[in-house]
Design a protein around this ligand. Structure first.
Ligand SMILES: Nc1ncnc2c1ncn2[C@@H]1O[C@H](COP(=O)(O)OP(=O)(O)OP(=O)(O)O)[C@@H](O)[C@H]1O
Ligand SMILES: [Mg+2]
Length: 378
């Protein structure tokens, strides 16, 4: 039997598509370092994000594509290169247009976590999403943009911690915790001080967090937005180079008016909303494990559909989540095997996948995602 060549393997791999990008893994330059030893093949598959939820599917498709060549074993090593996502447009600009001054130039994608009203769990979701992304191997930062009510010192167990200054560069070195680089107003001030800060200073503080913090090279920066959809939030969304936003809601938002306001805010700043997250969506009984829809049947699906959005995750109402947050250990770290942690891992995968589609769609103006990115979904 003739020996299998690398060329034959590459040719066969052209039959394996990335289901999101709708192109084959050779054209996309994802399949690399192909080695053939007899009937055994090894290769490196460079994904668009380490949080890619499709690894098993890729492996199965590759095995199926190579089997007809007589390949008996395939070793796929997964790797990832996150490409730079287009940020939100500067005022009046087109989405994806180069901002006047690049903000956070070494950050691939900024993800805003927002909501229409307070207390729905933005900070909880932002923290657990950030940690879940980091657990996939991505380099992740967490920026607490809630200047008046910063949550990160408590939620990450960093009460009283202070960042250091790089004297030579005159820049702030962010704190590191749970695999994240973190910046929060709570590290700059005593808790009681925050309230005396006013509008213009607030804008400055945030600008400093964006421009004067040594974030370094990161794949994702998750931004925990302050509650509400007023002027402050609007200017924040303009100041930050946001690639995509996640809007958090709870089943009690019956009228959905708050969520609509949040979506509208991002429309005004030309920021793509990646989808909705329903927090405290159901109650899992800790003793019997039964699922209780204590708020009645969720209406989020109908609302999401009405806005052409997807529900990216549904987090249970769960006492451990709250206790873990207060103790400075996000639930995904405190209880990594819990259903909530699994749902956060799924959410991280979805968010990363959507960003990758947007980014790659923009790179190729002929793809159907280019239209999606330009704000003409479908
Ligand atoms: N899924 C959940 N199950 C139980 N408790 C939760 C859950 N999500 C959040 N909480 C708790 O609800 C409270 C509010 O959450 P969080 O601070 O994350 O909300 P927020 O939207 O960031 O609030 P704010 O608008 O004030 O910034 C916290 O005590 C948190 O621990
Ligand atoms: Mg908060």
């Amino acid at each position: 039997m003739a020996s299998i060549t690398v060329e034959q393997v590459m040719q066969a791999l052209r039959g394996v598509d990335d289901p999101d990008l709708r192109k084959d893994i050779v054209t996309l330059n994802m399949a690399r370092d192909v080695r053939v030893e007899g009937q055994r093949v090894s290769l490196r598959l460079v994904l668009t994000t380490p949080a890619c939820p499709l690894k098993d599917r890729f492996r199965a498709d590759i095995e199926a594509a190579l089997r007809p060549l007589g390949v008996t074993s395939v070793e796929v090593e997964f790797d990832a290169e996150v490409r730079k996502a287009p940020g939100a447009a500067p005022q009046g600009g087109q989405p994806g247009a180069a901002p006047t001054a690049p903000r956070m130039p070494d950050v691939k994608a900024v993800i805003a976590v927002a909501s229409g009203k307070g207390g729905v769990g933005k900070s909880t979701v932002a923290t657990n999403l950030a940690v879940s992304l980091a657990r996939t191997g991505a380099r992740v930062g967490l920026l607490d943009a809630d200047i008046y009510g910063p949550s990160m010192p408590v939620m990450l167990g960093l009460r009283g911690a202070r960042p250091t200054i790089d004297e030579k560069l005159g820049k702030i070195i962010p704190l590191e915790r749970h695999g994240l680089k973190v910046m929060s107003m709570g590290f700059m001030l005593e808790e009681a001080d925050a309230v005396v800060w006013r509008g213009p200073m607030l804008g400055k503080a945030l600008q400093q967090f964006i421009e004067d913090v040594l974030w370094g090279e990161l794949d994702y920066v998750v931004v925990d937005m302050p509650p509400g959809t007023g002027d402050v939030q609007l200017s924040l969304a303009q100041l930050l180079p946001v690639a995509g936003a996640v809007v958090v809601t709870t089943p009690q938002d019956v009228a959905f008016a708050d969520v609509r306001r949040a979506i509208r805010m991002f429309e005004m700043t030309r920021t793509r909303v990646l989808g909705l997250v329903e927090n405290m969506s159901h109650f899992v009984c800790p003793s019997c494990g039964a699922d209780h829809q204590i708020f009645g049947a969720s209406r989020i699906d109908a609302h999401a559909e009405a806005h052409g959005l997807e529900v990216l995750g549904r987090l249970p109402l769960d006492a451990v989540t709250a206790v873990a947050a207060d103790a400075g250990e996000p639930i995904v770290i405190a209880e990594p095997d819990s259903p909530a942690a699994a749902e956060y891992a799924r959410l991280a995968g979805q968010v990363a996948q959507k960003l990758a589609i947007l980014t790659h769609g923009q790179a190729d103006p002929t793809s159907k995602f280019a239209a999606f990115f330009q704000g003409k979904p479908g």
